[in-house]
Write a protein that binds this ligand. Structure first.
Ligand SMILES: [Mn+2]
Length: 313
């Protein structure tokens, strides 16, 4: 085993301090190919809070995990893999999202992500509203982005009953209205939540977004279309957002709004591996909604950590 990688495993055991995947901790922005940033905020959650503690839980779940997902280990030489997974990446710690104010938290995420530019960013949630802050920073740098979003919900609510357009069920509408995303390069996979309002779906359809339910994903006749849709997302700078509620609650129960009938890991892996065909790698990504205060947190965090590895590979 490579000495530096071994050290990354040994250090957390000796110090009791563990970074994401054992990456070097660098809380001050410096040149890096990628940075992992925690967004410890859940003030945008409507029903079951707890995601503000997600970054700690996600980092702990990577303890001793290694960085080489098996499909890659079989496909590529070892030297190439060290570069592919975590090579040049650092853990930038958590962003200063004070738990009391939504605009301030969004600003902290936006400024934190921007400060690390041009590094690629992997945000650890935190509730899904925090994605909006990262998109603002990345769109300011790269222009309107493509988006692959895995989620049980469409997150495109208007002000509706809550009287605010800023919560974890509304951020996608806001991002489209702000021009951060190119509508025809937005792809939502895993949708199945029984929401109240048809206008959310109509809004997304008008913008050109593609909407996939778990049933669509499993239809063998639609596989070519799915790959086409994923390819279109990556025709320009793109962002990948993973809401853990896209997975079935039997696999990821510790999320704010679990919805039965969700995706299996084996259905998500091919989607993430398909990103390898994009002309350029994603500029930003996130893993959101892990709520360590809810039952099943450790198992949910473990799944999230493995998803991160496939996302980064
Ligand atoms: Mn979501």
């Amino acid at each position: 085993m490579n000495a530096a990688l071994f050290e990354s495993q040994l250090t957390p055991l000796r110090t009791g301090i563990h970074t994401f995947l054992g990456l070097p901790l660098e809380v001050k922005p410096r040149p890096a190919s990628g940075v992992v940033l925690g967004a410890p905020f859940d003030g945008g959650v409507i029903h079951r809070p707890g995601a503000r503690l997600g970054p700690w839980s996600l980092r702990a779940a990577t303890l001793g995990m290694g960085r080489l997902p098996m499909p890659l280990r079989l496909q590529r030489p070892e030297e190439e893999l060290r570069e592919a997974v975590g090579g040049g990446w650092v853990d930038g710690g958590n962003l200063p999202t004070l738990p009391f104010g939504i605009p301030e938290a969004l600003q902290a995420v936006e400024e934190g992500v921007a400060a690390w530019g041009p590094a690629r960013t992997l945000l650890l949630g935190g509730d899904h509203l925090m994605t909006l802050g990262a998109l603002r920073a990345q769109a300011r740098r790269h222009g309107p982005l493509g988006l692959l979003m895995l989620d049980a919900h469409q997150d495109a609510a208007g002000e509706g009953p809550w009287g605010t357009p800023l919560h974890h069920g509304s951020w996608l509408r806001r991002a489209l209205e702000e021009g951060l995303l190119e509508g025809r390069r937005v792809l939502l996979v895993g949708l199945r939540a029984p929401r109240f309002d048809r206008t959310e779906l109509d809004f997304l359809a008008r913008r050109g977004a593609r909407l996939w339910t778990p049933g669509d994903l499993r239809d063998p006749h639609l596989q070519g279309q799915l790959l086409g849709d994923i390819g279109r997302v990556g025709q320009g700078p793109a962002y990948v957002s993973l809401d853990l509620d896209a997975l079935d609650p039997s696999v990821c129960p510790a999320v704010a709004e679990p919805v039965p009938g969700g995706l299996a890991l084996r259905e998500i892996h091919p989607l993430l591996h398909a990103l390898g065909a994009w002309r350029d790698p994603w500029v930003g990504a996130d893993i959101m909604e892990l709520s360590p205060t809810l039952p099943g947190a450790e198992d949910t965090a473990r799944v999230a950590a493995h998803l991160a590895l496939h996302l980064m590979a």
